[in-house]
Design a protein around this ligand. Structure first.
Ligand SMILES: NC(=O)c1ccc[n+]([C@@H]2O[C@H](COP(=O)([O-])OP(=O)(O)OC[C@H]3O[C@@H](n4cnc5c(N)ncnc54)[C@H](O)[C@@H]3O)[C@@H](O)[C@H]2O)c1
Ligand SMILES: O=c1ccn([C@@H]2O[C@H](COP(=O)(O)OP(=O)(O)O[C@H]3O[C@H](CO)[C@@H](O)[C@H](O)[C@H]3O)[C@@H](O)[C@H]2O)c(=O)[nH]1
Length: 450
């Protein structure tokens, strides 16, 4: 990778070192900057300082170790350290769904921003990366002006992040586009120098105001969620009238105006972004008196949640409405493959519902067991697929990890007690399983095809 550092920006801080912040910090070091990651969680900082990533993200541990060892990247809990040092401060703290409500919990962003403004003793640019309700940047700019040291020049830009878990490093180093909301050309120029390498590759650069930058982020996630629920709504129809949702998705996906991506029907979307972001967007526009504008997102959410209930209902149907004491192997409880994240995970939700109904649920996930056990400690977690499926009366595939996508009936035939499988991600070949004597069920696929 070509290393180029602008003359003006040398030192960069990243506040919040979770999935987004740890990735951004390591990638900034890879781009040649001196980087310090700051978090309020001392355990996270100890772990990152030792070059250990406290979560699963392909390629990131290697990058962190490379730059911690090379001296370009370090981690601290001390904001004052970066306040006197960094030229640019990125804010990457969480904006989870507020407890007992649907809006975004802004306490982390507000606290991080005001604490940072208080700690900064040299002129700098603060850049918001967290996903926030529209209007946040303007509000924070006022907060910064009220809190900062009077002799220090501080400015705020908004630069939303579009990385996907599982591809976080690749998406950060080679983004599809860069979106920058600023109030003056000086701040835009500073960010141009930060992202010079991407600009050299002609990465689209969208320079705009705060509001547009904030809205681009939630609009992108709302669109992706809508696309998934759109195909899942059709899956509900094919489940009733017959038909094959995968063939339907392939057919409409050939139209380049529609595209095939994000049309995979199944148990639906989860994670720390799509579900909470569509709810926060609806809540924010309702606050603005525009509740009708985003009302369709409520339907998007409901369709999505119905897919989880449908998967549970299929389990009941497959087991003749009696799940009590029956061993059900649930394969995959992260919200998607290549991540250990179980936030709002469809698979974990399905597993918990069946467990609460009295089933003997045995979970296996290549990376997610540990996080899921913190949420549902009474469910059984297995270290191997073999243990989970042995003696099972039903197997449910809820996350399409490669090791599940490549499963064959021969792998399981003599381990399970009864040959029944629900493929809730529509990734297995129905013929193979049916020919091997399995009761095979997918979502939205009545007439199996190769
Ligand atoms: N996870 C993703 O793939 C992704 C992608 C794009 C955007 N985002 C957005 O980025 C933000 C962060 O998401 P995440 O998934 O990384 O969350 P996360 O929960 O993994 O990380 C947030 C981190 O912020 C830390 N923190 C909280 N308050 C702090 C403070 N005052 N000072 C310093 N650190 C503090 C927490 O300890 C935690 O380590 C959210 O707004 C999210 O919507 C996430
Ligand atoms: O056709 C599809 C595609 C995805 N999913 C599910 O949708 C969820 C989200 O997947 P994905 O978008 O790949 O994961 P995230 O890492 O949460 O990334 C989303 O959320 C991030 C945080 O805002 C954004 O930065 C990304 O651009 C946006 O894709 C997962 O549960 C997937 O299983 C489907 O059910 N069907």
């Amino acid at each position: 990778m070509m290393v180029r550092v602008s003359a003006t920006v040398e030192n960069v801080s990243v506040i919040g070192t979770g999935y987004l912040g740890a990735t951004h910090a390591a990638c900034m070091a890879e781009l040649g900057f001196n980087v310090v990651g700051v978090d309020i969680d001392p355990e996270k900082i100890t772990s990152l300082s030792a070059g250990d990533l406290p979560f699963h993200e392909p390629g990131l541990p290697e990058l962190i170790r490379k730059h911690v060892t090379g001296g370009k990247l370090r981690f601290t809990t001390n904001l004052d350290e970066v306040g006197a040092w960094a030229d640019v401060h990125f804010i990457a703290v969480g904006t989870p769904q507020v407890r007992g409500g649907t809006g975004a919990d802004m306490t982390y962003v507000d606290t991080a921003t005001t604490d940072l403004a208080r700690a900064i003793t040299k002129d700098a640019l603060i850049v918001g990366k967290s996903t926030v309700p529209v209007g946040t940047a303007a509000r924070l700019a006022d907060l910064i002006a009220e809190t900062k040291h009077p002799e220090v020049n501080l400015s705020l830009a908004w630069n939303p992040e579009f990385l996907r878990e599982g591809f976080a490093v690749e998406d950060t180093l080679t983004p599809d586009r860069l979106v920058i909301g600023t109030t003056n050309t000086h701040d835009e120029d500073t960010l141009r120098s930060v992202y010079a390498e991407a600009l050299d590759r002609d990465t689209p650069w969208i320079s705009t105001d705060y509001q547009t930058a904030e809205l681009v982020k939630v609009a992108a996630n709302a669109f992706l969620a809508t696309k998934i629920s759109f195909i899942n709504a059709f899956a509900e129809v094919t489940e009733t009238v017959g038909g094959d949702i995968t063939t339907l998705a392939d057919a409409i996906g050939h139209d380049t105006r529609i595209g095939r991506k994000f049309l995979n029907a199944g148990v639906g979307f989860g994670g720390g972004c799509l579900p909470k972001d569509i709810r926060a967007l609806q809540t924010r526009v309702a606050e603005l008196g525009l509740d009708h504008s985003m009302r369709f997102l409520d339907e998007v959410d409901q369709i999505n949640l119905r897919r989880r209930k449908k998967t549970v209902a299929l389990a009941f149907d497959t087991l003749d409405q009696d799940v009590i004491g029956k061993k059900i192997a649930v394969l995959g409880i992260t919200f998607k493959p290549l991540s250990d994240d179980v936030r709002d995970s469809p698979g974990l939700d399905v597993a918990a519902r069946l467990f609460n109904a009295g089933a003997d649920v045995a979970i296996y996930d290549p990376q997610g067991n540990h996080n899921a056990a913190k949420r549902y400690p009474r469910i059984t977690y297995n270290d191997t697929l073999n243990e989970a499926v042995t003696g099972a009366e039903l197997v449910i595939l809820t996350t399409e990890w490669d090791e599940f996508k490549t499963l064959t009936p021969e792998d399981l035939n003599h381990k399970v007690t009864t040959r029944r499988i629900i493929d809730a991600r529509n990734v297995l070949n129905p013929h193979h399983w049916e020919n091997a004597g399995w009761t095979f069920t997918q979502l939205g696929r009545q007439s199996p095809h190769d």
